[in-house]
Design a protein around this ligand. Sequence first.
Ligand SMILES: [Zn+2]
Length: 209
Amino acid sequence: MKRLMRTCAAALAGITALITALPATAAPGAAGQPGIDWTPAQIRAAFAPVRAGRKLLPKHWPAGAKVAVVLSFDVDNETWMIPNGKIDHGIASEYQYGATEGLPKVLKLLADRSLPATFFVPAADMLAPETLPAITASGRNEVAIHGWVHEDVVKLNDAALEERLTRQAFDYLKAKTGKAPVGMRTARGAPAPIPSPPRRSWACSTTAA
Ligand SMILES: [Zn+2]
């Protein structure tokens, strides 16, 4: 019996020594979860850029409609891999189907039902020059900005650079379609961390989806 107790005591001591030797970061539950210690003010600050803003719901829809539906599409295709400068040709070959197969199917579906839609297009449509003419051919659809090359404005974190790229995209789309783009949706629906004056002066709306 004494021998058994000695064995147990030795095992317990071994376990205790092992736990003591573990690094502090290995504490279960706390590792990699710094938010568990945030104050209410820190929690509010962390979510501040994505709080719902002013209610824009009108009291009545035009012509007494009961509901309004917005159809909008982001025409990304392979442009999302441009900003980081790393082009994976295997993946890019798959995303090109968005231009060659996906967009024509969407446009046909809309045309069959005479439905208008808004297309958010990165200005880097030079990869698929047929994109903008195809979208605007029916005269029903709108074109809007989706970044210059689908850049992440949160990572940019630079008001001047964001403005330059947005204006570049605005001018490019206007020149290509003959009309000013009707609005902007940032790439990945990322909220711009810095208010961008040009959008207001162009009367463009920013939506995140
Ligand atoms: Zn996108």
